[in-house]
Design a protein around this ligand. Structure first.
Ligand SMILES: C[S@@+](CC[C@H](N)C(=O)[O-])C[C@H]1O[C@@H](n2cnc3c(N)ncnc32)[C@H](O)[C@@H]1O
Length: 273
């Protein structure tokens, strides 16, 4: 059912958006018309979009894994491909699982994991106050806790050795490639959400180095990477005694690396009478 606005949108919205290079001009036009309260507001929204602002910032929400997640300007826009990470994490969690979402941005991954798994003991961290504010709004309804700080640093110590799943969609674009990103990302998303250092793995290496101390035996770390980064990332996982695995999705055109603590020593002691 199409709900028509009580005011009349100008007939050239699609043309304006198409001329500005919007590939899905018709869909975007409809979304902007739905979001506007009147012709003046629509004019302002179109102006922002034509100037290159990401559609999600203008609408204030993004569709992620079938959910409408709130998003604010300056916060990384969750990408559809990251649904792979959520999907794989959901296979490793039972309801009630202790989950840490490092570099949480808007909190979309935790929100989507909760929708797939059910109740979680969810702890999300970001170093950017804008992201923390956005994630807090998205995660409050599911009782997720959100912390401001550097990676594991702000987490409560009681979570050490107790985490079932760590999701870490860290910045992983090599610095030299930032200039080649589409302008919507390059010009509107903060560098701290994209730049992963010389080979893109600076932040991931720091996560991997500390992950084992937070994971319970049999727990898992999952992180999105470019497939070309797998050999170096796997080396870091192995050095931290996490058994690495590459999971690829042709459909979502992405890959993730997962790691689980390697049992040190295969011998166990069993007490018998
Ligand atoms: C690629 S974005 C991913 C955001 C979110 N996980 C998602 O998929 O939509 C990376 C996020 O990492 C955050 N970040 C970068 N360095 C960080 C650090 N040292 N500690 C915590 N968060 C960090 C950025 O602020 C940004 O929100």
């Amino acid at each position: 059912v199409t709900v028509l606005p009580s005011w009349l949108p100008p007939p050239d919205v699609v043309t304006q958006l198409r001329a500005a290079g919007c590939v899905f001009a018709e869909d975007e036009a409809q979304l902007l018309i739905d979001a506007a309260g009147g012709a003046d507001e629509l004019g302002w929204l179109i102006e922002r979009r034509v100037a290159g602002e990401p559609l999600e910032y203008i609408l204030g929400w993004v569709d992620f894994d079938g959910l409408r997640v709130a998003i604010a300007p300056g916060v990384f826009v969750p990408r559809r491909r990251s649904e792979l990470l959520v999907r794989e994490a959901s296979k490793l969690c039972q309801p009630g699982a202790v989950v840490v979402d490092l570099c949480c941005g808007s909190g979309a991954l935790g929100r989507a994991l909760h929708a797939r798994v059910g109740d979680l003991d969810l702890h999300s961290v970001d170093v950017d106050p804008g992201a923390v504010q956005c994630a807090t709004g998205n995660l409050q309804p599911i009782h997720g806790r959100v912390y401001l700080g550097d990676l594991f640093e702000p987490l409560p110590a009681r979570l050490r050795s107790d985490v079932h799943v760590i999701m870490a969609n860290v910045p992983y674009v090599p610095t030299a490639e930032i200039a080649r990103l589409p302008p919507e990302a390059r010009d509107h998303e903060p560098a701290i959400s994209l730049d992963g250092g010389a080979d893109g793995l600076d932040v991931l290496r720091r996560v991997v180095a500390d992950a084992r101390a937070w994971l319970r035996p049999g727990g898992h770390l999952l992180s999105e990477i470019d497939e070309s980064q797998y050999p170096s990332a796997a080396e870091a996982f192995a050095a931290a005694e996490l058994r690495p695995r590459l999971i690829r999705s042709a459909q979502l055109r992405t890959s993730i690396i997962t790691g689980t603590p390697v049992c040190t020593g295969l011998s166990t002691t069993v007490d018998v009478r």
